[in-house]
Design a protein around this ligand. Structure first.
Ligand SMILES: NC(=O)c1ccc[n+]([C@@H]2O[C@H](COP(=O)([O-])OP(=O)(O)OC[C@H]3O[C@@H](n4cnc5c(N)ncnc54)[C@H](OP(=O)(O)O)[C@@H]3O)[C@@H](O)[C@H]2O)c1
Length: 256
């Protein structure tokens, strides 16, 4: 089997590449910059919006769609016709939106799809680290509770999707618990060896910092998580055979 890994330089893709190689699977990567291609892979230079050359002759695709719109998705997935596809989707696909549109486009080209619906990646918190080193992180909704998942767990799920039969399965991919954002900052501080505290940021300031477009969707979502935490799923444990890695483990691996 040969697998095309898109997003191979990214948080999850790099672990998909190493996991597949460890499993003895041939890997091709689609990269924009050949200098960034992971070692030991066959690299095709191109763009995810036009992956025809990269898709030639592969059996399966680790598919990321790194945009906040489904525009151009039908053309992008056409070369993946009848191949096995593991698509890194979002828990938000449950409500449709562009995530749902991308899933539908994938379903339209193959019957052999697996959707890995993530609540949020632990790597989303990397943007706080600079502030955490100064002892406080100023951001909105410290009591929003998120079930952030370790990028290696997403990769482990994808590797199972390629090496076992998980066709037509939708998995909810989360960490083992929903932690408040304030607790995440505290844990990052502990791993850094510098105590770090949350400082609640006024909403107007957050809109200016995040940009209106992103703030429009992110802020109401985080607000909703104060009283209604993100779900915690057992799918990582069920599919991979090991419990989902904790945020604490993630932070220690990164910063200790
Ligand atoms: N973050 C979350 O909480 C979250 C939640 C739900 C779903 N997701 C989905 O998970 C996916 C994977 O996340 P990740 O953190 O592993 O990725 P990431 O670290 O954000 O990296 C994005 C990857 O996509 C590549 N890329 C970007 N634009 C491209 C283009 N036009 N053509 C080809 N490659 C392109 C980048 O390559 P370069 O090195 O060339 O930049 C990089 O390898 C995301 O794309 C998102 O759709 C994320």
């Amino acid at each position: 089997m040969k697998v095309l890994v898109t997003g191979a330089t990214g948080n999850t893709g790099r672990h998909v590449v190493s996991g597949l190689r460890d499993a003895g699977v041939d890997v091709r990567v689609l990269v924009r910059d050949p200098a960034k291609a992971p070692e030991g892979t066959e690299a095709v230079v191109g763009d995810i919006t036009d992956p025809a050359e990269a898709a030639e002759g592969v059996d399966a695709v680790y598919f990321v769609w790194p945009f906040y719109s489904a525009e151009g998705i039908d053309k992008a997935v056409k070369p993946f016709k009848d191949k096995k596809i593991a698509y890194v989707s979002s828990a938000a696909a449950e409500e449709g939106g562009f995530w749902g549109d991308v899933e539908e486009a994938v379903r339209n080209v193959t019957g052999d799809w697996t959707f890995l619906r993530i609540t949020g990646l632990a790597t989303n918190t990397l943007g706080w680290v600079g502030q955490a080193k100064t002892g406080k992180v100023r951001a909105p909704y410290g009591q929003a509770k998120r079930s952030l998942v370790h990028e290696k767990d997403v990769a482990d799920m994808a590797i199972k999707a390629f090496t076992e039969d998980h066709a037509r399965q939708i998995y909810l991919v989360t960490g083992p618990e929903a932690l408040s954002q304030a607790d995440q900052v505290r844990i990052i501080g502990e791993a850094l060896g510098t105590p770090a505290k949350w400082e609640e940021q006024p909403i107007e300031e957050a809109i200016t910092q995040l940009g209106e477009e992103f703030a429009k969707s992110a802020l109401p979502y985080w607000a909703s998580l104060v009283d209604d935490p993100e779900p915690v799923s057992l799918d990582v444990a069920k599919v991979t055979g090991h419990p989902a890695r904790s945020f604490d483990d993630w932070a220690r691996e990164r910063f200790s």
